[in-house]
Structures are given as structure tokens and as C-alpha cells.
Write a protein that binds this ligand. Sequence first.
Ligand code: G6P
Length: 607
Amino acid sequence: MCGIVGYIGNRQAAPLLLEGLSRLEYRGYDSAGICVANGELHVEKAKGRLQNLAEKTQNGALLPGTLGIGHTRWATHGQPNDVNSHPHLSENGKVAIVHNGIIENYLELREYLEAKGIRFTSETDSEVVAQLLEVCMQETGTVMDALYMVLHRISGAYALGIISADEPDVMYAARKDAPLLIGFGAGENFIASDVTALVRHTRDVVYLEDGEVAAVSRGGVQIYNAMGQPIEKEHHHIDWEISAAEKGGYEHFMLKEIMEEPEALRRAISPRIREGRVVFDGMQMDLSGYARIMIIACGSSYHVGMVGKYNIEKLCRIPVEVILASEFRYCDPIIDEKTLAVVISQSGETLDTMAALREAKRRGAKILSIVNVVGSSIARESDEVIYTYAGPEIAVATTKAYSTQMAVLDLLAIHLAGLRGTIDEAQYRSFVDAAARIPEQVSEILNDRDRIQYYASLYFNHDSVFFIGRNLDYALGLEGSLKLKEISYIHSEAYASGELKHGTISLIEPGTLVVALGTYTPLFEKAMSNVIEVKARGANVLALTTASNCAEMEKRVDAILSIPDTELPLLPLLGVVPLQLFAYYVALQRGCDIDKPRNLAKSVTVE
Ligand code: G6P
């Protein structure tokens, strides 16, 4: 979604802003713009890819100056075009703002400002912030005082970057419900909505909290709380390597990130297994007393939750409800002190998930989150966090982050089952040993990717695909299907195989591609029956099963992929890898923009 970068220092701001914005491209956007202060404020914007803005400004050379803000916009209010993209100037051209989030009362504010004679140029909600600042500055004289007035009048979510022609030595930042951080350099400082924009220049960052405001100058940064009092904040050190956010010879980030899965899984799993036991170092939360678990998430993280439901219920005998964060927010959920809310989010910033977390907390639930981005909002607001250590994920379609979320949730299920005594010691040991072998087994699957690419070349032309499976294979199918549709634009659906006869089978006709998932050994026979049913109606079947059932399945299907055998709860950790690769190679064959699929964003920070 939208991205913010701001710079103040002694170097030329525009090239740095363009470079920072290019690091945020992965989040998804449809236009971009920068504003540089040089006596006056100079703005350039361009619809479409950042390259257009770079060309328009001769890589920033046409906008000289050492203070500036930049933005990549993912349109919500108003078309993606040069007028609606940010930065927005106030009518007198003295104030420029970039904004992530949504100003909910913008219509009312716009009417108020228009009644005062202010003329708006865009259709956006964001422009009211620039215009209101100008009006308030007439009263206060300073940006800082005007900013506090504005923050009291706007409602909604915002990360704001602000510069003014009247104050050439300071850049302002403010945050509520949208991520924003300050990067500290030597004689220069930055703001950004995402640490990837800054990591080439500094690893010393401070995350702003809701209600906080920062005045960022060349020599220092002062942060204020919602009451305007100066505060000190903890600094964080970013310790991942820059190369982690670069393609490193791969054609796409997505393939690179799939290939990184063994390493990412090792980072997620190995520190949590010691002497044959699952350990979560530093965990304060007592997990033993809960009678019920609610898993709350969006997108692929929700699919991880589906796997978690099957596993936790089976191993721990606790009822688990998995609920989409966007539904949870408004469904008046029934929660008591015996409910543990497990919140799953790669980015830790998804707006619906964040809102659901707060709602669960408000109703008395304790929050355990599974998050990839260290220091993100969800991590900070949870009672307990388990980090997935997947490293930065740039491709919009998640792969290694999904896998590491699942690994962590599997370990949690094993740990909880151990605590509750719902599995015996032999089973416990066997699950832990199997978990430790997962990274190696994922490497084996990756070594066989040529076969998956070959099948992709056979099937890439289909218009519609059905994924079918039962139990853990159903949960796996949801993710396999989502991966395929989001990057290849093929219509794809996942069904619980038992539901086929209740409707979906009417869509199966000669040549329809069905991806039949039959990795869950206890229901392998049932999976075979469903394969036979769809074959009888002329479907082309690509099956996925385990090594030990491969020969049996192969007799019945058109194409087969297999994964190494492992303990049942861990099967989806292996099963998802061929499905990710299949989606990738199909999209490649179709010439799609794999890392930045149309209309999608990496981190969804609007409702
Ligand atoms: C977006 C991403 C998905 C992700 C979902 C939830 O839709 O494209 O890959 O699963 O958001 O994101 P989160 O960061 O909360 O896991």
C-alpha cells in the first residue's frame, strides 16, 4: 500500500527519496510523487511506475534541495493520477504533506475549508490535511502548533510527513494507526513508513506510537507525545542484511524467497528446539489455563490459522475458532478471560488485524501474536509475540513468511499439547524430531523444481482451476489456490473435497484442471475416491501426495507431485512448497508481473 519517505540532511534529497520509494515499490502502488524544499516547495508527480517519476525529474536532478518528502500511492479516494497522488500542497503552496491511511471526516472538513474560500485541487481525503494546516498556521504561526490543532480535528488513520517553505530546517511526522518510523543518520535524518526504505542509510531507528509527533532536523530529532510534551524513545537496531531485500541473481523476489525457505524455516525452528523440547525463550505468558483459542488473521496468515485449527484441536483438544480479522471486528465476538487470541500477521501492520487485536483486548482476551516484522504495531500491542524470523519479504505474494508462520504455530501446538498432556512423550519426541528435519526436506522439494516447472508449462493455459482436499489438505488448498490466482490471474477456488458433490462438481467438465491434494495419510483413500469422481467427468488431475502414497496415486492421475513423508501435523509445511512453485511457474509462463500483481498490496493498511 502507500509508502512514505522523507529526508533532511546535506545531501540532495530528491535522488534519495526516489531510491527510498523504489524500496517501497513492493508494497503495491499506482502513482508516486516527491516534494523538495528549496526556498519554495517544488512538487513532481507521475502516474504508474516510479520510473516515470524518475524520468520526469531526471532522477531527481530537476528538484534541487536537501529537505524533501516522497510518496507512493495506492488509490483509495480518487483515481490514480497526477493530481490525486501525493505530496499535496496547501493552497498558498507553503505546506506539503504525504499521508498513508484514511481521513474519515474529510468531507466535513473539506466543506468547512471550502466555506472559508479554500480551493481544493484533488479528490483525495489527504488534501484536507495540507489545507487545514495552512488555515491553522495563520492562527498559530508555526507548523508544530498548527499540526496539533489539525491532529485534534481529523479522525481516521494516518502516517504523515510534512514540510513547509517557511521552516526549511525541519520535517514533521505524526502517526495514528499507520506505521511510521524515524531513521537516525550523521547530520541527516529520515522518516519512512517501512524500514526497507532506510536500511541503506541507517540501521538506527525509532518507531513512532499512536499520537506521537516528531520534529526532525539535520542535527537531531525531538519526539512529542499526544499532549505535546517531549519524550525519549527506545532506539532499535535493524540487523538484517541489505542483500536480504535484493534479488541476488533471481529473476523475481518470489522465487528468491521460495528458495530461501529452508534457511528461513531453520531460523524459525532451530532456536525453539532444545534437547528434544520446544522452548519459546523469554515467553512470560502462561499458556496452560485457556479453554478456547481464537486465531485472527487476514489472507495467507488466515490460511496458516486454518492449519493451526486442525492441528491444535487434534493435538491439544482445545476448541479453536479461526476468524478473518475483517469479520471479527464487527461480529460482536464472544470472548472471556479463558480465551487466548492468537493474532497472525507477517507485516504486523494489517489494519483489520490491528483493529481486531484491539477489539479482542478490549473484550478481555490475552493476545499472543505471530509476527515477522520486529517492532511492528501488532508486535508492540500484543501481550506476547513470537517472531517468525523469515527476514524481509518483498514479493507481494507471501511464501517464506507463510511457511515460517506455520512452523511457529506447529511448534506452539506441540508445546501446548506437551503442557496439557494430550499427547504422550513418544509422540511429542517424534513431532519435535520431525520439525527439526523440515528445513532439509524443504530443500529436497526445491531440488525437484524442474518437474514443477514442466507441469506448469502443461497447464498454464487453463482459465479455471479447482483445488480439493480434506482436513489439512483443505487448509493447504486454500493457500495453493490463493497463490495461483493472485499472481497468475487464473480463476481458482479451493473446496473441501466432501463438498464437491454439493455443487462444485457441476463445474467439472472435460479438460478442467483439478489440483487434488492427498498428503493427509489418514484420509488418503477418500482423496483417491474424489480423484476418481472428477476423472470420471473428464478433469485433468494434478495430484500432490506423500512419497509413500505416490505410486498408488500415480495410477489414477495425469500428473503427480510428491513431498517427503513426515509427521501428520507438519505435512502442510512441506505441501505448500510445490504449490508455491507451481503458482510461480504458471505466472512466469503467462508473463505476469509476479512480484507486483495488479491491484494487490503487500501490507494492507486501509480497511
Ligand atoms: C496482503 C498480502 C498477503 C497477506 C495479507 C495479510 O493481502 O498480500 O500476502 O497474507 O495481506 O498480511 P499480514 O501482513 O497481516 O500477514
